[in-house]
Ligand binder design. Sequence first.
Ligand code: SF4
Length: 246
Amino acid sequence: MADREPLTLPRAVARLRDLHGSPQGPPTRDPFGLVLWENVAYLPSPDGRREAFEQLRRTVGTTPSAILGARRSALERVAARGILAPRVASKIRECARIALDRFGGDLSGAVAGPVGEAVRALRRFPGVGEPGAEKILLFTGRPVGLAPESNGLRVLVRLGLVRQESSYARTYAAGREAGRALPAKAAALQEAHLLLQEHGRTLCRRSAPACDRCPLAAGCLHARGLADAAPARVRSRRSAASKERG
Ligand code: SF4
């Protein structure tokens, strides 16, 4: 990409792919498995979350009935990959209880319907808000949108592709809108989600982003000290997009 070309989301994703390689997604596409993926440990490292999930699968199982039949100590050992293990073990059990009581132990029907209903169903689980529910749907294979999490959203804001709004919910909604620049295919959206997350975790950290090592720096408003210009850039993109849509 020539430095003078405007930075678009597809171009940013392509550069992040060159930098970070092929991102590793969650280890399951099963909706209840993805609910567990969100809840299996609190504040673990990325590797720690994967290890906790694998340990749960190996030592307990990932079905609601297996979890409800497990010893609490086994769940606490799994949750110990992060902090607050006793509380997390309770949440894992609560997830299983909800899945059994509300969905007969199988979420596949609940997530296959209209997106709004599927999101509402997933939000019954602890630790799953609207962004989390959309992310779970995305990783079941439904192309519901980019569903950026906090790291990815920070990257999008700093690049100037998303306007920082007055609340997280509104900024997230702007991130969802920005994701429409990508192909409406689950694989493409999953990859972009994971690459933005990885970039926010590694280089574009909350404090002291490593702009000197970032391949997006030339087109990044934050790196160029132009963060205040972001709303104008987003506005001009929106207006160009609405002209294109006619
Ligand atoms: S140049 Fe800096 S602020 Fe911009 S995306 Fe890269 S790390 Fe983040």
